[in-house]
Design a protein around this ligand. Structure first.
Ligand SMILES: [Zn+2]
Length: 94
């Protein structure tokens, strides 16, 4: 009886250890994926401030703004970008 109980206990402990190890492996894998995601986002974010692909230059004051924040005015098949409404108005007033 004692022997069987010992066997069962050892089995339970062993399966518990395996379960914990699997959980840790899954967690670390998930963590690594998250870290690489964060790195990707960071690279994209830093690339956005450095690279000019997503940046437009204000026609009025020459400041660089991201195309998302830029004020664009489209006319005669051409679009002009400005950093702000004031710059757009100033350019039109010229
Ligand atoms: Zn401007």
């Amino acid at each position: 009886m004692g022997f069987i109980l010992k066997c069962v206990t050892v089995l339970l402990v062993f399966s518990f250890i395996v379960y914990v190890l699997k959980a840790i492996a899954r967690l670390s894998h998930h963590l690594r994926a998250t870290i690489s995601d964060v790195k990707d986002i960071r690279e994209k974010a830093s690339g956005r401030t450095v690279a000019s692909a997503d940046m437009v230059r204000c026609l009025s004051c020459g400041a660089f703004v991201s195309s998302r924040d830029a004020v664009t005015i489209s006319s005669r098949n051409s679009s002009r970008a400005f950093c702000s409404d004031e710059c757009a108005r100033a350019h039109i007033a010229k």
